[in-house]
Design a protein around this ligand. Structure first.
Ligand code: 5GP
Ligand code: SF4
Ligand code: MG
Length: 457
């Protein structure tokens, strides 16, 4: 998973500090590296990238002092390609015909095929990211106007892409025809923004214009916004349901609804689907299960307590991964409040179980602190299939719910009971028609013709 952000000022005003702030608000989408690219008034492309969190990877003061009216940025969470700096984005390329920079959220599923095809024709790839395939596809169409070459390259891609692009001196936003990853437009005074999530628009003081539509390319220049369609028909939309469940920030708005509202609705569904009538309290696994736990408490009438505390600096401060620290595991990050759960029958809500480690260790801790019973409720369906569209889920063999049924998993994690919502509950809570939503990691229904071999597993 990654985050992208871009800004274009129609009146020539500097925008790089806004891009920095946008990335800062999208930090939850990727902590491995951060980068920006911009074009100056002479048409020269520049970029700066670094590893780690935004404030460590980039220098705010330096960026604020740079004069550019067109810039993009990226926060990276590695999926395709490793975590080294050569894979950090935005990717840039300059030729006699002009300059391009691309920031990509999502994952292309036919990137290997495209790379092989292009390498056989002499292309040399600099990184292992699938994003570079887009640059090479463009370079192989030198006879076309640049924007046409760009749109034609997108037509050949399968998979997920929400892009912020600098093409010559224009800002371009593009979203794959399946609408897999979010992408939204905003504005403030004379500046137009593109962002993975609306929470970043809030930070720069921009208001929402609208979301970029699936299969839409929006070109932003001095004249304003110009919309083009990618000439590709798809049978079904694939808006990632996991964005609502886990990935996006709760204050972000998709399709007119906050992610917070959807998470709370997921918790309400969970309480209807899997009640726990004589429990003493409901708590959430921080932070990902908190909002759903509140929804669960609301419907069940059970008291909601913040009975598990999260160290909020985990992820920012580095702890040496010694054996001692590895043994402590989830305890480094999460700690239940003993007096609150001792002798109690506890319902704990989390958004998902992936490998099952977090859940298993938390239950052990809660029981160790004297809870009578621990009932686990999950506010999404069982994750049984890997994601190929940009979320770093493990292989099928490592997915706990793919290896065993719910009863076996309940025993494995040591819960007194374990229950999930259904796919229908999830789609209902999101509020989009089922034909527009991706649930592939829960159901194995991938984009057409995709990964049939994996589905045989
Ligand atoms: P597990 O311990 O079962 O492997 O992981 C479950 C926990 O990981 C849940 O609390 C969930 O919030 C979180 N989680 C789910 N998906 C992702 C993901 O893509 N990346 C990260 N870092 N955590 C995730
Ligand atoms: Fe999202 Fe799951 Fe689809 Fe991946 S497979 S895009 S995580 S819903
Ligand atoms: Mg979690």
């Amino acid at each position: 998973m990654c985050g992208v952000f871009g800004a274009f000022a129609k009146n020539g005003q500097s925008v790089l500090e806004d891009v920095y702030l946008g990335l800062y608000a999208l930090q939850h989408r990727g902590q491995e590296s951060a980068g920006v690219a911009w074009i100056n008034s002479r048409g020269t492309m520049h970029s700066l990238k670094g590893t780690g969190l935004v404030h460590l990877a980039l220098n705010q003061q330096q960026l604020a002092s740079i004069d550019t009216n067109c810039a993009i940025g990226h926060v990276r969470y590695s999926t395709a390609g490793g975590s080294e700096l050569t894979n950090a984005q935005p990717l840039t390329a300059t030729s006699s015909r002009g300059s391009v920079a691309i920031a990509h959220n999502g994952n292309l599923t036919n990137a290997e095929g495209i790379k092989n095809y292009l390498e056989n024709r002499g292309a040399i790839f600099q990184s292992r990211t699938d994003t570079e395939a887009i640059l090479h596809l463009m370079a192989h169409q030198p006879h076309k106007p640049r924007l046409d070459a760009f749109v034609d390259s997108l037509r050949r891609l399968i998979g997920a892409y929400s892009l912020a692009v600098i093409l010559d001196s224009r800002l371009v936003a593009a979203r794959d025809p399946w609408g897999n990853r979010p992408l939204i437009l905003g504005e403030r005074d004379n500046i137009i923004y593109v962002s993975s999530e609306s929470c970043a628009l809030d930070l720069v003081g921009a208001s929402i214009i609208r979301e970029v539509e699936p299969g839409e390319v929006i070109v932003i220049d001095e004249k304003g916004l110009h919309s083009i369609r990618i000439p590709k028909d798809v049978k079904k939309g694939f808006a990632c349901s996991f964005e609502y469940v886990y990935f996006a920030r709760p204050d972000s708005i998709f399709n007119g609804k906050t992610v917070y509202e959807v998470r709370k609705a997921l918790g309400r569904k969970l309480a209807e689907r899997a009640p726990c009538p004589d429990a003493d309290l409901v708590t959430g696994m921080p932070d990902s299960g908190t909002i759903a736990a509140m929804g669960y408490a609301e419907v069940s009438g059970l008291p909601y307590e913040k009975a598990v505390v999260r160290n909020r600096y985990v992820g920012r401060t580095f702890i040496e991964p010694t054996q001692r620290v590895r043994d402590l595991g989830v305890r480094i990050k999460l700690n239940p409040i003993m007096n609150m759960i001792k002798d109690k029958k506890v319902v704990i809500v989390d958004d998902s179980i992936v490998r099952g480690t977090t859940c298993q260790r938390m239950i052990a801790m809660i029981k160790d602190y004297g809870a009578k019973e621990v009932h686990v409720r999950i506010s999404s369906p069982p994750v049984r299939f890997p994601c190929y569209y940009g979320i770093d889920t493990p292989t099928r063999e490592e997915l706990a719910a793919a290896r065993m049924n719910i009863k076996q998993l309940e025993i494995q994690v040591g819960a007194d009971s374990l229950a999930y919502i259904t796919e229908e509950d999830l789609i209902d809570a999101i509020g989009l028609p089922a034909r527009d939503v991706c649930t592939a990691c829960f159901t194995g229904n991938y984009m057409e013709g995709d990964h049939t071999d994996e589905m045989e597993l």
